[in-house]
Design a protein around this ligand. Structure first.
Ligand code: C6P
Length: 408
């Protein structure tokens, strides 16, 4: 299928922005939604809406079936079993859940969590807070110049006291991709678990949690063509089964007395309260949509486009591109224009219909290592094409001329 035809699946991409064709290059922040997802959510509300796991009537049974079918779809999308998928609000909540529940179980004085300075705050703060609450240490693996985490550097900091290695699969800033299987081997050799922040990988490449050796893996629906407010945590069945709930209340109990309570089996014990049923249905529709395009094809397309993008913006004098110097393996390209604040640049690009993100990208420690207060970031997805990239480059050249004229 041509990219032009694929773009037609995404109604919002037909929008004009400031009189220009929309070049949406911010899918690492959130992706656009195909009609298949919008239709699935609408169908759920129009035909099956009821609360799950409680009603004994037909409609409630249908809603429950939709919700549990969604779990099945999401689990098969990453090579897991259905009971290993906990629905959450997104990556942030998934990581907080693991850090609190698993952290409470394994962290204490003399133990450590290994992570890196390149992590998104959502994969840094939960681990810092969990470790410090239990008297454990947080260790940081040294980053390579391109911001990546090499297995050798990881092996330097993991030891017998390590209980958790928490790493991003794909960086939301640097465009680097970690060797997760190698990280898993290192973690497992010391009896630690590997918790993967897969917010930027599950939407973009084929994922098999078993092949990766991940023990926990977190991701968001909204970055993979699904709705906002829904995400998932994969946890190895034996690990989840030994963990305590984090959210107490309705839906997650077996029996409650005035003296205590018992919990449902996993994954339901982690899903206290009415879940985001429509969100789960939409996320599953998104996974089906991505699968129908093909995850390998999506990855190849993005890599080809990101390399074209990096090469083209490097040709603009005054542009600094961060991350890998050679071939890129993900769709994220971060850059700065000499003498222009990234926010000003992104605002100027917007006037030409180009959406890029600017700021610290929720990675302040990484920004300090880059010695940049902020950067601009373009990120591509399955619906982007060379026309988007060319529109960005033309807008960049125009912005550069404007800012440099103003500065003279
Ligand atoms: N990054 C970005 O523009 P949530 O917000 O929970 O869906 O995802 C958090 C998150 C965790 N890890 C990584 C690697 C991420 O990229 C993100 C979200 C967005 O880079 C919003 S800050």
């Amino acid at each position: 299928m041509s990219i032009a035809a694929r773009r037609e699946d995404f109604p919002l991409l037909a929008t004009q922005m400031h009189g220009h064709r929309l070049a949406y290059l911010d899918s690492a922040a959130t992706s656009q939604k195909p009609r298949a997802v919008l239709d699935a959510v609408r169908r759920y509300y129009e035909e099956d809406n009821a609360n799950v796991h409680r009603g004994v009537y037909e409609l409630a049974a249908r809603a429950t079936q939709d919700y549990e079918d969604a779990r099945e779809t999401i689990s098969s999308f990453i090579g897991a079993a259905a009971e290993e998928i906990v629905f959450t609000r997104g990556t942030t909540e998934s990581i907080n859940l693991v850090a609190r529940s698993y952290g409470e179980k394994v962290l204490g004085p003399g133990t450590n969590v290994v992570t890196s300075a390149a992590e998104h705050h959502s994969n840094l703060l939960p681990w810092q807070q969990a470790a410090w609450a239990h008297g454990a240490e947080v260790r940081y693996v040294a980053l390579a110049p391109d911001g990546s985490v090499s297995p050798d550097a990881l092996a330097e900091v993991v030891d017998a006291g390590t209980r958790v290695v928490a790493l991003a699969h794909a960086s939301n800033v640097m465009g680097t991709v970690a060797d997760i299987s190698a990280a898993a081997e290192i973690a497992h050799a010391y009896g630690a678990v590997l918790a993967v922040d897969a917010a930027q990988s599950v939407p973009h490449r084929p994922i098999d949690v078993r092949a990766l050796g991940a023990d926990f893996l977190s991701f968001s629906g909204h970055k993979m063509c699904g709705p906002t407010g829904i995400g998932a945590l994969f946890g190895r069945a034996d690990l989840l089964a030994a963990m305590q709930p984090v959210y107490y209340g309705g839906e997650m109990i077996e029996e409650v007395t005035l003296q205590g309570a018992t919990w449902k089996e996993t994954p339901w014990r982690f899903e206290g309260g009415t879940p985001n049923i429509a969100g789960a249905v939409g996320m599953a529709a998104a996974a089906d949509y991505l699968r129908s395009v093909g995850m390998e094809a999506i990855h190849e397309h993005e890599v080809e486009l990101a390399n074209y993008l990096a090469q083209r913006i490097r040709e603009v004098p005054g542009v600094v591109v961060y991350g890998p110097k050679g071939q890129r393996d993900s769709g994220v390209v971060t850059f700065n224009l000499d003498g222009v604040h990234a926010h000003d640049l992104a605002t100027a690009l917007d006037t030409e219909g180009v959406c890029v993100r600017a700021g610290h990208h929720c990675c302040q420690p990484l920004m300090r290592q880059l010695q940049a207060s902020s950067t601009a970031r373009a990120s591509v997805y399955l619906y982007n094409d060379r026309e988007d990239v060319d529109q960005l480059v033309d807008a960049l050249v125009k912005a550069k001329e404007f800012f440099h004229r103003v500065a003279r």
